[in-house]
Design a protein around this ligand. Structure first.
Ligand code: PAF
Length: 335
């Protein structure tokens, strides 16, 4: 009898180590893992983040045969700004985030390198860096902060808007009080160029522009268009000073519960949607500019980018100290 009891105990112990016991499995098997996930961002339903998110949700549902569904919470429904959303992701109260890298550097400092002005030449350069080993390493670094980076979608090249005057060169922007993201690279770059930047959560920007608490802000065309900033701003300057990627990030708490096969489906699908989402963002830009011009927005295309680069140059010494000249060069020299 004692022998049988001992053998039974050994068997139970061995099974629990192998993870075959019902309740001791953290992730479950693929066939039984079911979840409804919350995906959030700050942008309106028609913004490319949400068109991409809609596609991602459809593909995930299809590829997991309905076991995993994703509900979209656009337009800042789950937080005023992106920093707040990332905190909720760390705590596991939100599952998935799509947004700029702006506040991400406060969680994973290496990510800030991507916010350096005039780092990228064009879209082809962007794709090479973000989908290559440099981009993949930056996504991997997020894991130290309980965040899992799946892929880079797109926010776009950022441009300056304001309500005071046409801006072509830094002198035109002298003293402009502009909102910047909660990101020290942006703050330093704009200060160095002679403007007066102030960090602010995105959810407060429209009202601050409307009440003239600030003169301007900077964002890609898609954001300016879908948030109707032309209603509270007069001038758009196509500065294209910073390329703003949009990492799609999942909470590590959620990730660790998922079976390996589902993790694979998520990674593959996020990368596939990245191609679709970037293309639709890029293809729509010219029409959005045209439409905003027809509403009376003054768009300046002949911006002197070299003058802006020169004005921000002293900040580059700081960036080189912080990120390493070799790392910055590795991005700039990617062909
Ligand atoms: O300026 C920002 O904070 C971001 O670009 C935005 C508008 C939230 C989109 O990611």
């Amino acid at each position: 009898m004692r022998k049988i009891l001992a053998v039974t105990l050994i068997l139970v112990f061995a099974l629990s180590i192998l993870g075959c016991g019902g309740s001791s499995k953290p992730a479950g098997t693929k066939a039984e893992y079911k979840a409804n996930m919350k995906l959030t961002n700050t942008q309106t339903k028609d913004h490319p983040y949400n068109i991409g998110a809609q596609k991602f949700a459809e593909l995930i549902k299809e590829r997991t045969k309905g076991r995993i569904t994703i509900t979209l919470y656009p337009d800042g429904q789950l937080g005023k700004g992106e920093r707040e959303m990332l905190e909720s992701l760390q705590q596991g109260t939100i599952d998935i985030y799509v947004g700029s890298t702006g506040p991400v550097g406060n969680f994973s400092p290496t990510m800030n390198i991507l916010d350096i002005p005039f780092l990228f030449r064009d879209n082809a350069h962007v794709d090479k860096v973000l989908d290559g080993p440099i981009g993949q390493q930056l996504l991997k670094d997020l894991e130290k902060s309980n965040l899992v980076g799946l892929a880079f979608w797109e926010n776009g090249f950022r441009n300056l808007t304001n309500s005071r005057n046409v801006v072509k060169v830094p002198e035109d922007g002298k003293g402009l009080k502009i909102r910047v993201m909660e990101n020290k690279v942006h703050l330093l770059a704009w200060k160095t160029a002679g403007l007066n930047p102030t960090p602010m959560a995105w959810g407060e920007v429209y009202a601050a522009l409307q009440q003239k608490v600030i003169d301007g802000q900077e964002n890609p065309v898609a954001v300016i268009y879908s948030s109707k900033l032309y209603e509270v701003q007069k001038y758009l300057s196509m500065t294209g000073h910073v390329y703003s990627p949009a990492p799609i990030i999942i909470s590590k708490k959620r990730w660790d519960q998922m079976p390996k096969e589902d993790q694979e489906i998520f990674r593959k699908t996020a990368l596939e949607v990245a191609q679709y989402q970037r293309k639709l963002n890029r293809d729509a830009e010219a029409a959005k500019i045209k439409e905003m011009e027809s509403k009376g927005f003054t768009v300046t295309k002949d911006v002197d980018k070299a003058a802006w680069q020169k004005a921000m140059q002293p900040a580059f010494e700081e960036f080189a100290k912080e990120f390493g000249k070799d790392k910055i060069n590795a991005i700039m020299n990617t062909k």
